[in-house]
Design a protein around this ligand. Structure first.
Ligand code: NAD
Ligand code: KPL
Length: 297
């Protein structure tokens, strides 16, 4: 296990990366790793949580300026950028390096484990909420819990680090189960919010959307059961509870679609479709949603 004074690197200085950096930098040294081309040695941003606003200043480096092995790194890019981002720092990772993957969806974690089997890799499933407000503010919008579990390699106590920084975190045995549970929720809510251009809670009041969510749920239950996942409640019930609890949210996919950014669709619906194919289970409703969204955005 690392000593508490080891620097934590944050790869991907977006919403979740800077939110974590703001909290963790209160208890450990934190360095941001940015894309090549960034020139300033420090990043200064406003960090807001409720009525409390602070100015955070953190050192930042790129693959052009890194000069020592990376001990601990939290990967905070979108799922589609995660493997390339880790590959970009591969020269600075050693057998002792610990990675924590914060990506939503599934598939990006497997790709990184396959490519770097010798590292210590953990994954997280987080219900924290963070967003950026131009020009320079990061908002910790909603407190949640981050569940963390090992995928490969030696144990790293990421949970204790999060807790020391005042974040709610839990060590779990089967992080794959938690990722699968979040996957089914994301597959039932996120694409529909794009197709119906609505907030999460509004899906419950649109009869056609709710009926589609029910069909997506039935398919997701069949696919995930065939893939070996066991859940006590059907996906439709869980997704409705989450849509109710996050009624005022614009889902991350709707936010990305509205801003013209790449979607994490391949790591949500796309992953479920790949699983369906592998298990020989039909998922026509998810396929139709996937095709509609890729045509639309
Ligand atoms: P974001 O787009 O705000 O941030 C991603 C950052 O990664 C961007 O700044 C981008 O420039 C950077 N990046 C991409 N490739 C890079 C590379 N090669 N090197 C360095 N930086 C690179 O995204 P986000 O909202 O912070 O989400 C990140 C991940 O966390 C997603 O998978 C998301 O689903 C998950 N997540 C987000 C939240 C949230 O509240 N924002 C909550 C839970 C999980
Ligand atoms: O994870 C989410 C997302 O937007 O990506 C949900 C749970 C749907 C909350 O908005």
């Amino acid at each position: 296990m690392s000593s508490p004074v080891d620097t934590v690197h944050i790869l991907g200085a977006g919403s979740i990366g800077l939110m974590l950096a703001a909290h963790l930098s209160r208890v450990v040294p934190v360095t941001l790793i940015r894309r090549p081309g960034m020139t300033t040695p420090e990043l200064r941003f406003r960090f807001r949580e409720g009525n409390n606003e602070t100015i955070v200043t953190l050192p930042q480096q790129t693959t052009e300026t890194l000069d020592a092995a990376i001990e601990r790194v939290i990967v905070c890019t979108k799922a589609q950028d995660a493997l390339a981002a880790v590959e970009s720092v591969a020269d600075y990772l050693t057998e002792g390096s610990g990675l924590l993957l914060m990506q939503n969806g599934m598939g990006s974690q497997e790709a990184i484990v396959d490519r770097f089997p010798g590292l210590s890799i953990h994954a997280a499933s987080s219900t924290e909420g963070a967003y950026r407000e131009p020009p320079d503010t990061v908002v910790h919008a909603g407190r949640g819990i981050t569940r963390i579990g090992g995928l490969t390699g030696k144990a790293f106590d990421w949970t204790a680090l999060f807790q020391t920084a005042g974040l709610d975190a839990e060590q779990v045995e089967q992080i794959e189960w938690h990722l699968g549970n979040k996957l089914r929720i994301n597959c039932l809510i996120n694409p529909l919010t794009v197709l119906y251009d609505c907030r999460n809670g509004e899906l419950l009041a649109i009869p056609a959307a709710l009926e589609q969510m029910r069909r997506l749920g039935t398919e997701a239950d069949a696919v995930l059961a065939a893939a070996g996942f066991t859940f006590s409640e059907p996906a439709f019930d869980v997704a409705r509870q989450v849509a109710r609890a996050t009624a005022n949210n614009r889902s991350s996919m709707l936010q990305d679609a509205s801003a013209g950014r790449a979607l994490e669709l391949d790591y949500m619906t796309g992953y479920l479709l790949a699983l369906a194919e592998r298990c020989g289970v039909s998922a026509e409703e998810h396929r139709a949603v996937y095709q509609q969204i890729t045509k639309q955005v």
